[in-house]
Design a protein around this ligand. Structure first.
Ligand code: NAP
Length: 328
């Protein structure tokens, strides 16, 4: 794995912070509906210039333009785009365009951010904000904690946790005897799983999160696809249920560690853990993460890893940070 000097994560940013932000929301699903509602309560600090969705939404009123074309939305002259799109080519193009035009970016879209480390590097070079607190941990401040630890001189030795709320929610239903498809449908109905849940189920979502953690912790770029990941589909639902009856709970565990020679290892495994293990006690859409530093310092974070309120709350924290001129 290469150390991306180009990321230069510690370099101070230079762009002046606008007193009032003109904002475009990309997507208005689970995450950005919550963001939109909260931003509507901050009219002195934020103006919503446009909201982009795939399907036209008739009947919207007010000063906000409801659009289906991302370029049209960028032409409204935003200072900030908030990306609540799924992993798709349109999202990648939109973030590219935002960087090109020098527009600040806040994104929940871990797949795109992980796949395109160049976007963050280019944003840094241009002195624009590229923040993505919601992309890992939902409402749990995983990246923020790692940033603070490294800023205080700590070196991260390992990170281990349950990072995907959807697969945890699904495993919880499987162990109660629910079938795989109804369990996925329940996760979608609760707003945890996307229309295409394969990235959650196959471990790619957790792998993308590990890639972002490695970037924050070490300035390293790991290709998400190169991270070995067990799929939930590789295990019979009956085995999950049977394990529970025997005092074990299957969990999708994401692990990152750094060897003495500086090599970073990452993997996503399905493991049957004793039910009193801290990661086995993570319920439903919760996330739990243990961060161990070389100094011996250990930090455990636990909370809601998916859903509208925790995720939009993290996006809003990034917005407030931008408004106040704080570090991302
Ligand atoms: N949900 C969570 O708990 C959670 C947590 C952390 C991170 N995230 C990340 O946040 C992002 C958004 O997740 P979500 O759950 O809010 O997704 P969602 O509910 O499926 O909403 C996606 C939104 O994007 C719009 N959209 C999709 N393709 C588009 C395109 N080509 N052009 C314009 N608009 C398009 C959709 O339009 P329509 O409304 O017309 O369909 C919809 O409004 C994802 O990247 C996800 O990984 C989600």
């Amino acid at each position: 794995m290469a150390n991306l000097a180009a990321l230069e994560l510690d370099r101070p940013e230079t762009a002046p912070r606008p007193a009032r932000l003109r904002v475009v929301l990309l997507g208005c699903g689970t995450v950005n509906t919550g963001v939109l509602d909260a931003l509507a309560l901050m009219p002195d600090r934020v103006e919503i210039a446009a909201v982009v969705t795939r399907r036209r939404r008739p009947g919207q009123t007010g000063r906000t333009a409801w659009l289906t074309d991302i370029r049209d939305a960028f032409d409204t002259g935003p200072d900030l785009v908030i990306d609540g799109l799924p992993d798709c080519p349109a999202a990648e193009k939109a973030l590219d365009l935002a960087v090109e035009r020098g527009i600040h970016i806040i994104s929940a879209n871990k797949a795109v951010i992980a796949r395109r480390p160049d976007l963050e590097a280019r944003a840094r070079d241009k002195g624009i904000r590229f923040a993505y607190s919601a992309a890992v941990g939902g409402g749990v401040p995983v990246l923020e904690t790692i940033q603070r630890l490294t800023a205080s001189g700590e070196t991260i030795q390992s990170v281990r946790g349950v990072l995907n709320g959807t697969s945890n929610f699904v495993l919880g239903l499987l162990e109660q005897g629910t079938g795989f498809d109804p369990a996925i449908a329940a996760a979608q109905a609760a707003g945890f799983a996307e229309a295409d849940p394969s990235a959650d189920i196959d471990g790619l979502d957790a792998a993308a999160k590990l890639a972002l953690i490695a970037r924050k912790a070490y300035g390293s770029a790991i290709d998400t696809q190169s991270i070995p990941a067990d799929s939930l589909l590789s295990i019979e639902p009956g085995r999950v249920c049977g394990a529970r009856e025997n005092g074990l709970r299957y969990r999708q565990v994401a692990e990152l560690s750094r060897a003495e020679d500086g090599r970073v290892d990452a993997r996503v495994r399905l493991i049957a853990l004793p039910e009193d293990h801290p990661l086995a006690r993570v319920e439903n859409e919760e996330n739990s993460v243990e961060i161990v530093c070389e100094s011996g310092l250990k930090i455990v974070l636990h909370g809601k890893g998916a859903g509208q309120d925790p995720t939009s709350g993290s996006v809003l924290a990034d917005v407030r940070d931008l408004l106040s001129g704080g570090e991302a």
